[in-house]
Design a protein around this ligand. Structure first.
Ligand code: FO1
Length: 317
């Protein structure tokens, strides 16, 4: 039994490798929900959907999110309403692109939540419908929202920062609204306690892994067994493979390197897997308190993802 703390694209690729080298039924992913957003009256869970579609082999390989071969007729039809939407209204917005088939997932999820089902149950239904054998758990069923304070505007929602501003604006602070009241989703703490090992996937430390670690009980559980926790660095040679992880780390006062990642996770993980490009920094990772495993960590395709998963499992053993 392996439990993986997961964000979006990097975690999804890692998980797709993991289920090739380890029985999928023994893999549980605890997935960030602080990126979730309600648009068009629909609850959208980008990280859960990215993991689901990737494990189903259906994700758009170019973007890493959404569905391969997607069509966009609903988004195009919504453009008609742009001239009539009052200023400040979110009705009809199209900067967050929801594909026609992807919309079915959000329609189903929103309808089930509206019927009173919990997000854990609905996530399992969606995963089963997509043929995913691994267990996917939202970190919490309670509302948590990442808020980012950016230059010139003040605080905005995560997707406004990430997608609408294309994370191309200086960020001064990140907070997770609601995190103090958020209870771990049913099954999360048991998945951490019952796992033979825990992996922190190569996801953004600031906006993807930090909210999962901040859910009540999660950080303490990992601290108590940090020798059986292995993290994979999402930073390679000082840059993020995707997204604003390196920039956000630097803006928020962390070193944008594997050493900065080690300093953020040293209390919760005993080992950090870093790419060969960072081999020279292994002594500094160890000085930060983590054992360091150097291995190819850039997942160009399924074979590299499987190899990285194998390396990570070996580090757990
Ligand atoms: N990312 C984008 O850069 N642009 C989009 O329009 C966009 C739409 C979208 C729709 C559904 C979904 O599940 C994910 C989507 N993403 C989009 C990705 C998402 O913003 C990020 O993957 C995460 O929130 C960060 O992990």
């Amino acid at each position: 039994m392996i439990t993986v703390l997961a964000g979006g694209v990097g975690a999804a690729r890692f998980l797709s490798g993991l289920v090739r080298v380890s029985p999928p039924a023994g893999v549980t992913a605890v997935v960030n929900t602080a990126d979730d957003v309600t648009l068009h009256g629909l609850r959208i869970c980008p990280d859960l959907d990215t993991v689901t579609y990737t494990l189903a082999g259906a994700v758009d390989p170019g973007t890493g999110w959404g569905l391969a071969g997607e069509t966009w007729q609903v988004m195009e039809a919504l453009e008609r309403f742009a001239p009539v939407a009052p200023s400040g209204s979110a009705a009809g917005l199209t900067w967050f692109r929801l594909g026609d088939r992807d919309l079915a997932t959000h329609l189903y999820r929103s309808a089930r939540l509206g019927e009173g089902a919990g997000l854990v149950a609905v996530t399992a239904e969606v995963a089963t419908a997509w043929g995913v054998e691994a267990t996917l758990l939202p970190m919490t069923e309670d509302p948590v929202q990442t808020r980012v304070t950016v230059a010139g505007e003040g605080e905005i929602g995560f997707q406004e920062y990430f997608v609408e501003r294309r994370h191309d604006v200086a960020a001064f602070a990140v907070r997770f609204a609601g995190i103090d009241q958020a209870r771990p989703a049913p099954g999360v703490l048991a998945a951490l306690d019952g796992a033979d090992g825990v992996v922190i996937a190569p996801s953004n430390p600031i906006v993807s892994i930090a909210p999962v670690l901040a859910v009540a009980g999660v950080r303490d559980r990992l601290r108590a067994r940090r020798r059986q926790v292995v993290a994979v660095s999402p930073i390679v040679a000082g840059a993020a493979l995707k997204g604003p992880a390196a920039r956000l780390m630097a803006e928020l006062g962390h070193e944008a390197s594997v050493v900065g990642v080690a300093r953020l996770w040293t209390d919760v993980a005993g080992t950090l897997v870093v790419d060969e490009a960072d081999a020279a920094l292994a002594p500094e990772v160890e000085a930060a308190g983590m054992a360091c495993v150097v291995a190819p960590s850039v997942m160009h395709g399924p074979d590299e993802a499987a190899a990285l998963a194998r390396t990570t499992l070996a580090a757990l053993a």
